[in-house]
Ligand binder design. Sequence first.
Ligand code: CTP
Length: 403
Amino acid sequence: MLGVSGGVAAYKACEVLRGLTETGHDVRVVPTRSALQFVGRATWEALSGQPVTVEVFDDVHEVAHVALGRSADLVLIVPATADLLARMAHGRADDLLTATVLTARCPVLVAPAMHTEMWEHPATRDNVAVLRARGTVVIEPDTGRLTGTDSGKGRLPDPAGIVQIARAALAAKSELHGRRVLVSAGGTREPLDPVRFLGNRSSGRMGYALATTAVARGAEVTVLAANVSLPAPAGVRVVHVETTADLHRAALAEAPGADAVVMAAAPADFRPAGAAAHKIKKSSDGAVAPLELVQNPDILADLVCQRGEAAAPVLVGFAAETGDDAGDVLAHARAKLARKGCDLLVANDVGAGRVFDRDDTDATVLERTGAEHPVRAAAKTELAAFLWDLVAKHLAEPPRQHG
Ligand code: CTP
């Protein structure tokens, strides 16, 4: 489905439409009312060879938004105006296009185009961040000549490039169909007493981005969520855990039925030797009781052991590294990949406030075969898409039968 909203760049959507129909795709065009101010219904019908509907109340007997949303393999919106991004971010359904976006369960790709000031406005930035966090792929606009004599960021990318991204999304869409994947997310908490715990700064965003992306690609997804305060991703089964011991139990119990396990959570490596049954009180003489820690199990290493010689599940680890005198981030990551024995390892540089609580990330994905793939300044959803591509490559066998 090609959605078109009301901006001058709507004329370039004609070229995107041609690029898709010429490569054999059936495209239904859903323009907004204002898009028709720029390019008329006759043009869309002639180029797509399909009827064009704009209002929810047209063709009511077909319940067009439900039919279009359910049957689409991809929703592509070219151009997306600031107004359309705002309506999508708020889940509005005040025309056929936005209603269809809400019923779609396929990947949604949007190519915004607008004046630089509108693109850079905090409201638009927030809307784009919300959409990306939900798994919508928002293509960055180009910098160049805008509608008038002005130029800056906000120009629609080259239509041929948009067609290429759309075709890649269609090719990748169903590669996890019928696969079961398990993703851990968030950071574990190790209780000191009933009110205090040792924790870490993992927000769960990476794990949730992985889950959302896997659902869009047709997988059955379970998330083991350690203290994540984000809303649960749509279509995902969430199992809540608190401590590394909880996560260890849940991961080892769920992994045998899974085709892939991605350990995106940050499990605490240590826990207090014994959690106090009552709140620990300050002592009047200022003496502080020493904190005794014991080591937690290494979940990923135990998953590798449990898998033994079996081909599945594909096991993916994350390495949050800062680098030190003994080596840089990559040197530590290579050693960790070898030590843990997993198939893929995502090395994140977490020095100087990078990664935690942010939507974008710099990472290098290391394969057991020795291949290394740098992924720079990517949204966590983009890193997730790249990672699932690699997981799919490792899942060479057809889906296993699950009992
Ligand atoms: N991990 C795990 N169990 C643990 C700790 C970590 O399964 N007890 C997983 C994480 O989810 C991540 C990977 O192992 O996928 C790397 O975690 P990290 O803490 O960076 O590695 P460590 O093994 O703790 O190594 P080091 O302490 O040397 O950094």
